[in-house]
Design a protein around this ligand. Structure first.
Ligand code: ATP
Ligand code: MG
Length: 242
């Protein structure tokens, strides 16, 4: 479980999140919704340990351990995964090699690292599932990839690492109608009693594929409403309001 108590966060001296109290329980799916600029990405980046997001007050724990003292890398090893809203391009790092490196760095005890050959074979099964050409594995990480292709690569990383806590920041953005369905169906299959999904989205159709256990609404850096799937329907009809 990830537990957030009385969280207050600032960026470059400007307060962007306050009074945040939430628990993300294992086995559940959460939707984090809100207007543009309400603080959704800031909360995701704070959880992952982005150095610009400064925790002024409050406690965040992951499976009982204090998250604040962990580096982003340590958070990742604790099972935290974030698919960024703005996905960076990394020149000079080949996608296939990058994926093999992160896979081998996240091995569970007793598992052997994958050789380039075996890893390629494994990655090919994942690329097929996501309708990504294999040749992408030989290209630089995200360089020149379309918006939708970058999203798919994020999903590929998620499948590869099988993380316990999955935060997806607008994973649907830029996906065409078929890719949206592929990704939504895949997420529905990824969900299991051992993991937690935290979905940030502006496309409420996602909830038809991956059912929310809890819906959390942020407004100007604070939680203003929480509820079940019925909240999505209400906001779909009425909007977030002023
Ligand atoms: N690094 C930063 N520097 C300055 N301001 C920031 C920074 N990060 C976030 N903010 C500000 O914090 C507020 C919340 O931004 P955030 O990106 O978390 O919103 P969001 O809910 O993810 O919006 P969207 O739906 O548009 O993605 C905004 O007013 C934004 O300008
Ligand atoms: Mg955002």
């Amino acid at each position: 479980m990830i537990q957030i108590q009385n969280l207050r966060v600032s960026v470059e001296g400007k307060e962007i999140l306050r009074n945040i109290d939430i628990s993300f329980e294992t086995g559940k799916t959460y939707y984090l919704l809100g207007q543009n600029g309400s603080g959704k990405s800031s909360l995701a980046l704070t959880l992952m340990g982005h150095p610009k997001y400064y925790v002024e007050e409050g406690i965040i724990t992951i499976d009982g351990e204090n998250l604040a003292t962990m580096t982003p890398d340590e958070r990742s090893h604790k099972g935290l995964f974030l698919s960024l809203q703005n996905i960076p391009e990394v020149r000079g790092v080949r996608l296939g090699e990058y994926l093999r490196t992160i896979h081998n760095k996240h091995l569970s005890v007793g598992n052997k690292p994958l050789s380039p050959f075996l890893c390629r074979r494994y990655l090919t099964t994942l690329t097929k599932e996501l309708s990504i050409p294999d040749s992408f594995l030989d290209r630089d990480l995200n360089v020149g990839f379309s918006g939708g292709e970058k999203r798919k690569i994020e999903i590929l990383q998620m499948k590869l690492l099988n993380p316990k806590y999955i935060i997806l920041d607008e994973i649907e953005s830029g996906l065409d109608i078929d890719a949206f369905r592929t990704v939504a169906e895949l997420l529905a299959r990824v969900k299991n009693p051992e993991n937690t999904l935290i979905i940030i989205t502006h496309n409420f159709r996602m909830t038809e594929f991956v059912k929310p256990d809890e819906v959390i609404i942020l407004k100007t850096g604070e939680i203003v409403e929480r509820g079940g799937a019925e909240l999505v329907e209400k906001i779909g009809m009425e909007g977030f309001g002023e």
